[in-house]
Design a protein around this ligand. Structure first.
Ligand SMILES: *[C@@H]1O[C@H](CO)[C@@H](O)[C@H](O)[C@H]1NC(C)=O
Ligand SMILES: *[C@@H]1O[C@H](CO)[C@@H](O)[C@H](O)[C@H]1NC(C)=O
Ligand SMILES: *[C@@H]1O[C@H](CO)[C@@H](O)[C@H](O)[C@H]1NC(C)=O
Ligand SMILES: *[C@@H]1O[C@H](CO)[C@@H](O)[C@H](O)[C@H]1NC(C)=O
Ligand SMILES: *[C@@H]1O[C@H](CO)[C@@H](O)[C@H](O)[C@H]1NC(C)=O
Length: 499
């Protein structure tokens, strides 16, 4: 069942490659084709192994019939020597692709002792070396100095490792001041809402609580504003307290809204201060001396593209010294290589870290092969497994190096996450909520005052008519009118009367 399924898939694949149809009975030639081209789905590898034996593999693909020799030079973490054994990402990928997938585990790779950078190419010409690693090239190139080349992995980005540049304190103070000024829209919103709420509380409470919220015009609403502001800030002096049920119900509502609003404002201020304090002068490569390791091309070319001046050093120790002596502004290194050297670089202290990551456009690391078929097989394998090539890289890394990969294989991981919050961006006057809120609160305040005026006038009219009635009564009886509770002048009038 499983076997027929695999054959079916292989047949589909074969038609795609060849463009012609082959009779399904010619099972051998399909397998031969797949083996020679290495168009094998990684996920179907074990099924495929069950189907074909090593003897068949060796006869069908001559490259799998012998052990391949590999020449390598030191370039961690791609290739390095680990207890006399050549190790690293590229040997792991080579073993996985050439040996385990394309040759179904039927041959081995034989590593020659490590040599210098140039020598290994000479060696390839003079001696029967099948594969040379590492080779740095454009990811899509198919040759390197006329020899067949194939990329094994991408160089995503170049890390610029340098010292943190501090903001001068004077700059911090002034930028802090200006960024706090930038929070004015939120402050204005909070104040205008406090104004509207204060006016409403005054309107609701002034009829029963004249002593704390006097009815007279500028002072009454101002007492309301004072109360709403003091409540909003959770200061709560309590010198003004609404007493009527209606006013207290509104007070509950306002305290909820007001406290949230005020917390928003203090939160914005806090984030502005934090982001201002953390902000440093932008790190720039342009016009500066940048240290690079010798024989590593991607950091060199990326530095030049960014306008920097690359200075070549022999090893990580001399790079570190140069950085410490301020001979160079930063060390430019492939991010994966920097992870390898992280322990060495950590000695420099916490002031030093990766300041910037620059995209290393279209740079790859791969191998050079004597037989073009080797490069072609790897290319076919990558094309066949393009959809989950990052998973493949992670898994082979884990399998052969025995550690979880920390490299930025995946595009999403390499995205720099620089999320700084600026007060300006949190609340802009351009946002539609701002003018709406301001207009709304102004209208509410005005309406509140107008309502207060109208009701006040009516009450006074009623009072006037009452007093005129009373005075006419009095003149008739010759007696003072009965004291009414909310009459202010009564005592005076009584006193006058006695006199
Ligand atoms: C396909 O080839 C395999 C291995 O050579 C063989 O065992 C199998 O019987 C063949 N299938 C057909 C349908 O010819
Ligand atoms: C390839 O290498 C393996 C292990 O190193 C060895 O057993 C095998 O005989 C070699 N094959 C050839 C054809 O040299
Ligand atoms: C860089 O290349 C030179 C010249 O081939 C070689 O002597 C040197 O060992 C290489 N350096 C490294 C770190 O591989
Ligand atoms: C760095 O790149 C420039 C321009 O591509 C080249 O001229 C120079 O030789 C390179 N230096 C090293 C050390 O690779
Ligand atoms: C690094 O290179 C310098 C010369 O540039 C050399 O003196 C030093 O011994 C080297 N250090 C290591 C650890 O290889």
């Amino acid at each position: 069942m499983r076997v027929t399924f695999v054959i079916f898939i292989l047949l589909l694949k074969y038609r795609q490659i060849d463009g012609s149809t082959t009779p399904a009975t010619q099972n051998g030639s399909v397998i031969q084709q797949v083996l020679q081209l290495c168009t094998i789905r990684y996920s179907m590898l074990s099924q495929f192994k069950d189907l074909v034996g090593c003897d068949e593999v060796r006869t069908l693909n001559p490259l799998c019939g012998r052990n391949l020799t590999v020449a390598s030079s030191f370039m961690p973490p791609y290739v390095y020597q680990d207890n006399e054994k050549i190790s690293g990402i590229l040997p792991a990928l080579l073993k996985e692709i050439i040996v385990d997938v394309c040759c179904l585990g039927c041959n081995t790779l034989h590593y020659l002792p490590q040599k210098g950078f140039i020598e290994k190419y000479a060696e390839q010409v003079n001696k029967p070396v099948d594969i040379v690693i590492p080779v740095q090239n454009h990811i899509n190139r198919k040759t390197f100095f006329n020899a067949p080349y194939q990329t094994l992995m991408f160089v995503r980005d170049i890390s610029m490792f340098g010292k943190k540049v501090h903001n001068p304190p004077k700059d911090i103070m002034s930028s802090l001041f200006w960024s706090m000024l930038r929070t004015w829209p939120l402050l204005l919103m909070a104040l205008s809402m406090a104004m509207a709420a204060g006016c409403i509380i005054w309107l609701l409470d002034t009829w029963t609580n004249k002593r704390q919220f006097p009815r007279t015009l500028p002072y009454g609403p101002f007492e309301g504003l004072w109360w709403s502001f003091v409540s909003m800030t959770t200061v709560g002096y309590g010198d003004r307290t609404p007493t009527s049920t209606l006013a207290r119900s509104f007070a509950i509502l306002w305290i909820f809204v007001g406290i949230s609003l005020f917390n928003m404002y203090t939160g914005t201020i806090t984030s502005v201060i934090t982001s201002e304090l953390q902000k440093t002068i932008p790190f720039s490569v342009y016009g500066h001396r940048i240290g690079v390791l010798e024989n590593v091309t991607a950091p060199n070319s990326t530095t030049i593209m960014a306008g920097g001046n690359p200075i070549v050093y022999k090893n990580i120790t001399s790079l570190k010294n140069a950085l410490q002596n301020e001979e160079i502004k930063a060390i430019a290194m492939e991010s994966s290589m920097m992870q390898y050297y992280q322990k060495d670089l950590d000695d420099l202290g916490s002031e030093y870290f990766v300041q910037l990551k620059l995209e290393a456009s279209e740079n790859g690391i791969g191998f050079m092969a004597l037989d073009p078929q080797l490069a072609k097989m790897t290319r076919n394998f990558y094309e066949e497994n393009q959809d989950n090539i990052y998973t493949f890289w992670h898994e082979s890394h884990k399998r052969y190096l025995g550690i979880e990969s920390t490299l930025d294989f995946h595009e999403e991981n390499s995205e720099s996450t620089q999320t700084t919050i600026h007060g300006k961006e949190i609340f802009t006057p351009n946002h539609i909520t701002f003018p709406i809120t301001i207009a709304f609160t102004v209208v509410v305040s005005l309406a509140c005052i107008v309502v207060a005026q109208l009701t006040d006038r009516r009450v006074q009219q009623r009072k006037k008519s009452m007093t005129s009635q009373q005075s006419s009564q009095r003149s008739r009886n010759g007696f003072p009118p009965k004291e009414t509770e909310n009459c202010n002048n009564c005592k005076e009038m009584t006193v006058q009367y006695k006199i």
